[in-house]
Design a protein around this ligand. Sequence first.
Ligand code: 1HN
Length: 369
Amino acid sequence: MANTKMKALERLNEDLEKVYLGPLWEKLGKMVTPEPDHEVIPYLWKWKTIRKHLMEAGELLRLGRESERRVVYLQNPSLLKHGLIGYSTNTLYVGVQLLLPGEVAPAHRHSQSAIRFIIEGEGAYTSVDGERTYMERGDLILTPSWTWHDHGHEGTEPVIWMDGLDVGLVRNFAGSFFEPYSEDVFPVVGPHNGSTFKYSTGAFRPVMDRKRKGYPSPLIAYKWKTTKQVLENLSQLDPDPYDGYAVDYVNPLTGESADLRIGTTMQKLTPGMHTKAHRHVHSAVYHILDGEGYTVINGVKFEWSKGDFFILPPWSWHEHVNTGDEDAYLFSINDLPIMDRLNLEREETYEKNGGYQSIVDVFKPFSQL
Ligand code: 1HN
């Protein structure tokens, strides 16, 4: 191109910028990348660190309308730079919540979906639209979008659980609404643990529910005893090469994801199991219910043991290894339901090196670097 024309074009680009117009001939490659481009980094938090800070908050903070929940959340370090508060991944939020004996976390509702995964203690309950479900370690409890919910504690020891919400997703869609309830506790309806009595196996529908619609899931609590048995049964078959023995929690009426937007998965890795590497568009946050081992993410080794949490960013190579003598149980939340629905999900398997990555580094928390 002639020099004068080049200069004029550069000038045009600058002129466009001044009036908030853009030259697509310059920017198309930034807008539409050949592969997912994001700043979500993998990160790992040790249980000891999380628990220590959470218990400190237990001594310093009282619950009420001023501070509705006592939660320490997992902040993706690279997203904080952009002011994306509460983003563990681009779509998902994870926090760890503490409720002390006698406390009430007051009732409210929000357009974010929430799931709870119980880590420690018993005697606490979550009430969803008035139905109370009592918590036990390893249970998954749903709080579908816009349902009223409060938590209470009738036991004697601290209860700790993981919260997963679609904070990033809802914020990017500008769909956040929040409303406190007029009282601390939403009026109780029906028998406690009712949804578990009705739907615990998922393969039957009580006749009084013949006309019940599929959304939200009629099952609110997925008990650990049941999940463990399901994985035990699955272990009679061949494992999935990339996930070991793994199940998604589903809505028993639709067979789709238990929560409409937040995917929930439990996987069992038997001693010595080393899964093959793959990558997918959906992101995830993992919690180690039990066991020890490591996950290699994009060549970096993330060593985990009971209670730890780690982030798996979108489109990142990963493989899991159980280095212990016992079964390892990894619970995770993900944004697969959304990716699937929007036709954005893709998966690629790692073909080099027999399907296993080479380890180039071992993860250390940034404060220890
Ligand atoms: C929330 O309502 C709970 O109900 C927990 O326990 C964590 C994080 C962000 C927004 C709302 C709860 C939350 C939350």
